[in-house]
Design a protein. Structure first.
Length: 394
């Protein structure tokens, strides 16, 4: 089944009352909680894998970020491949990331969803902390954008990824966590083109409370954070609005040469209220962003309703909760169940990586063996996972 089809307002108006009622009944029939049950069924249906690091063989470098590297590994007993995220202990201490690594492990252990990378185990050796993760061979969504003219994705692609991401965030929120680090680089694709949300290092369990730590990418910071009110799960829905805008236009709605410029734009936008929100929607619909095909009114409405400054009015945060997203006009005739069951055809199937990642391409600090006070910090590291030597039984 194709990812979805956009319906113009004139098409919607021409529908009979019976057809409109049937769609509404269908949307209500599969509610937010039902989608969570289906996600749980899909995760439970996956073959359980007992990964023992002593049988893992390192096969090459997949990539890396500002503080960690990711390696391709294979269990020599089964031939199954995994992503191995490695963080030097000295780097973790230097950046004060040890608590973050432990929180990431706890967050990943709490998740079981088709669109969130699965954690199989964690372990450590003398110099490193390791996460053994589900392998997403398709790379990240930023790479997909980079291959498109002006970094712009077709609206149908953006809809597929927005729906998948929304389901992943719905699951994270159901576990009491806020994600806090949405950006295309943290959205991975598997070899079939299905989304896998990764890197829960900034996730935090907040329940119904607020968190005040300044973190994440500047362009995705919600206005409530800049006003000193901290953030709740509503901040993730704001981030989805920024994310979809970026997929469609090739750039986020708020940009600047330095963080203060970006924050000023976000604050000014929030202060201008509905007028700024309407102008942003007009920018999309009137195709002033240079898209090859005009962006639909329904899509524009989805973005602007997510980018409401007031949290209680933001899509996904109002009284109807996730149903507001699920039943949004942009998702008319969209089969959420087929998406969750991976029966929907992804809009893009990534090509296999053409060349391996070279260690020289990593940030200089990622593989540095920095000294640290073992007597002080090894007590914290014990909370991360058992100590063993990878590949020692090969």
């Amino acid at each position: 089944m194709p990812a979805s089809s956009c319906r113009s307002p004139s098409q919607a108006a021409s529908d009979t009352l019976a057809e409109q009622l049937a769609r509404a009944m269908s949307a209500v029939a599969v509610g937010s909680e039902d989608l969570e049950k289906i996600a749980a069924e899909e995760s439970a249906a996956s073959v359980p894998e007992n990964v023992d690091p002593v049988y893992l063989q390192r096969n090459g470098l997949l990539g890396g970020g500002g503080y960690a590297s990711v390696w391709l590994t294979t269990d020599v007993r089964t031939g199954r491949s995994y992503a191995l995220k490695q963080l030097r202990k000295g780097v973790a201490v230097h950046l004060n990331f040890t608590p973050r690594c432990i929180l990431e492990r706890q967050a990943l252990e709490a998740m079981a969803h088709p669109f969130i990378t699965r954690l199989y185990t964690t372990f450590q050796d003398e110099a490193n902390l390791y996460f053994v993760l589900e392998l997403a061979r398709g790379g990240d969504l930023f790479s997909v954008q980079s291959a498109q003219p002006n970094y712009m994705l077709p609206e149908s692609w953006a809809k597929f990824y927005a729906a998948s991401l929304s389901l992943a965030l719905r699951h994270i929120h159901s576990k009491g966590f806020v994600y806090r680090d949405l950006k295309p680089e943290n959205v991975l694709l598997d070899e079939h083109g299905f989304l896998k949300l990764a890197d829960l290092g900034l996730s935090k369990k907040v329940g119904e409370n607020r968190t005040y730590t300044q973190c994440g990418t500047e362009e995705y910071v919600p206005p409530e954070m800049l006003k000193g009110r901290g953030r709740t799960r509503a901040s993730d829905w704001w981030a989805v609005g920024v994310f979809v805008f970026e997929l469609l236009t090739g750039h986020p709605p708020f940009e600047g040469d330095k963080p203060s410029d970006i924050f000023d734009q976000i604050s000014d936008y929030a202060s201008a209220g509905d007028q700024a929100n309407q102008r942003l929607g007009d920018l999309l619909v009137q195709n002033k962003v240079g898209a090859s095909i005009p962006i639909s009114m329904e899509c524009s409405l989805f973005v602007t309703q997510l980018l409401r400054a007031e949290e209680h009015r933001r899509l996904g945060c109002a009284a109807e909760g996730f149903l507001g997203i699920q039943q949004h006009p942009w998702f008319v005739d969209f089969d959420w169940v087929a998406l969750l069951r991976r029966q929907m055809r992804p809009p893009h199937v990534p090509a296999p990586a053409s060349k391996p990642f070279a260690e020289e391409e990593l940030e200089p600090q990622v593989l540095k063996l920095l000294p640290y006070d073992k007597a002080v910090h090894d007590r914290e590291f014990k909370k991360f996972g058992p100590t063993c030597i990878m590949g020692s039984k090969i």
